[in-house]
Design a protein around this ligand. Structure first.
Ligand code: HEM
Length: 178
């Protein structure tokens, strides 16, 4: 079973990253939406820490994923679908790549600007990547909120596209080959 991608197969590394990140991002979209609706308090503060830590792990995986995409390019898309569907799928993939980096990064910037240390799993304090500023905090969280909605829309579009195609595209991401 190959780890790298080939012209016709998704390798193990790409498939593992894809499904790990799919589960993580969908869970975080729900978790984040919940956090956006509650008031921070002593009893809920751990949830914000958990959201930040898991989000930062996803940021690390997203950077790894982009690097891996360049190092081991994915197989060619399966043919036999109208050109507009191929173009839409490509645009969706590009948008997803952009957002899986921009969403956690904007959360990190907003958190850093608020002055509260971002501590990975209560253990490692990460660098403050933004100036201490209310405007930066509000701006970054506004961007975080808007981009998460866009990410959710692209995830829905991506899943709908995968389910609509009955040509082995989904099977290829599950098992490697069509
Ligand atoms: C893939 C990763 C992430 C996803 C999918 C995600 C998703 C979300 C969502 C959907 C919300 C609610 C937004 C709203 O309704 O306005 C949210 C809020 C929040 N996110 Fe993230 N997030 C991610 C990563 C991060 C990271 C890395 C940090 C910080 C280091 C972070 C910090 C926060 C905070 C503090 C809030 C609450 C803001 C408030 O109280 O309104 N997020 N997130």
């Amino acid at each position: 079973m190959g780890v790298t991608n080939s012209a016709t197969r998704f390798g193990l590394a790409t498939r593992a990253l894809h499904w790990l990140m799919a589960a993580g991002i969908i869970a975080m979209l729900g978790f984040g939406t919940y956090l956006g609706r509650i008031e921070p308090s002593l009893s809920t503060i751990w949830m914000y820490g958990a959201h930040k830590s898991v989000g930062l792990v996803l940021l690390g995986l997203a950077v790894a994923r982009v690097g891996w995409h360049l190092a081991s390019p994915p197989p060619h898309p399966l043919g036999g679908v109208p050109a507009w569907q191929t173009a839409l799928a490509r645009a969706t993939h590009r948008g997803l790549y952009l957002l899986i980096v921009a969403v956690p990064l904007s959360g990190w910037i907003g958190s850093a600007a608020s002055g509260i240390d971002v501590v990975l799993f209560d253990r490692w304090t990460l660098p403050r990547i933004a100036p201490l500023s209310e405007a930066w905090t509000d701006g970054a969280f506004l961007v975080h909120g808007v981009l998460t909605k866009l990410l959710a829309a692209l995830v829905v579009l991506h899943i709908a596209g995968a389910l609509k195609r009955r040509d082995g595209t989904l099977r290829r991401m599950l098992r490697g080959a069509a």
